[in-house]
Design a protein around this ligand. Sequence first.
Ligand SMILES: Nc1ncnc2c1ncn2[C@@H]1O[C@H](COP(=O)(O)OP(=O)(O)O)[C@@H](O)[C@H]1O
Ligand SMILES: [Mg+2]
Length: 369
Amino acid sequence: MAREYFIGLISGTSSDGVDAVLMEFVPTPKLRASHFLAYPDTLRAELLEFAAAHYRDDAIDQLGRLDRELGKLFAQAAHDLLKQTGLPGTAIRAIGSHGQTVRHRPGGSDPFTLQIADPNIIAARTGIATVADFRRRDLALGGEGAPLVPAFHRAALADRDETRAVVNIGGIANLTLLPARDGTVSGFDTGPGNLLMDLWSREHLQASHDESGAFAASGKVSTALLAELLSDGYFRRPPPKSTGRETFNRAWLQRGLARHPLPAADVMATLCELTARTVADAVIGCTPQVVRVLLCGGGTHNLTLVKRLGTLLPDCKLGTTAGCGVPPDWVEAAAFAWLARETLAGRPGNLPAVTGARAPTILGGIYPA
Ligand SMILES: Nc1ncnc2c1ncn2[C@@H]1O[C@H](COP(=O)(O)OP(=O)(O)O)[C@@H](O)[C@H]1O
Ligand SMILES: [Mg+2]
């Protein structure tokens, strides 16, 4: 059989840039190449401001412009990735593009989620069929539209004899429970991953993130601020649940800080602890009990966070997805390459037990080459 390659593209809540991967399914998922295309600083700043703004006069024009600009950048990421591998575009069955989330409001009477990076532009510029807009079909069936990575986690990272949890620490953190012996997969967003630490870094370190978690390590966790932040109802809500910047943002943090003013380093330490605690509590709350935790996402580079997770989860084997053949920085992009393949094959990509959708469904729209 001819080799089948798929490309996966994503930019997560961190809005840091495009993760691009080349995947081969033989039939187990194999990562063949990866590429990161950082957003220019001005674009990242505009996106963050756009995602934070609730009302804006020229929002529609701005949305159209960002949709196009991101479409070009995503196409560029796929192009750069291919150039690195030497493969022609014709070798690629499809691109799975998650796009960039600018709004995610799954609950309530008007559920809505929007990922931009125009797939028409990606398909036109690359000459490769592009699958995109993965989340809204799940929403249309009453689901959260997120997380969508668990089905891929099952395909790539599950083990017959060992119950595992995959914890992806992006801007938001999400957990996938992979029970041994093909038990029912579950998963949900645990809450903030890096996004609060990132915004605090921009304010106090003039840096996009707290490199290796060094600033967090220099501070002292405030039990009072931590308790205040942990009192948010999201953490106690049962799954299905997913979240984003709409809930966890600067204003949310400010409400806690107003009552507990602290040195900047202590705030960072507390935000790091918030992510560690909510992730660890989610793992501990799993049934069946988790034997091994596989970490992925940019948060795996925050050594303070990873160390705290090790302390809070003494009964789990803690490692990254690298041990299972998927490098931790590329798991999400790999998932969207895989989801594109499921869509082309006519197979559902969502897991109703995870998203709460009424039924499994084929995800996304196909934009032909
Ligand atoms: N060396 C590092 N030290 C600390 N944090 C890091 C490092 N590298 C990446 N990160 C964190 O990971 C984030 C990006 O993670 P990613 O998984 O791409 O998130 P998303 O899926 O939301 O885009 C960065 O914004 C930063 O917070
Ligand atoms: Mg990212």
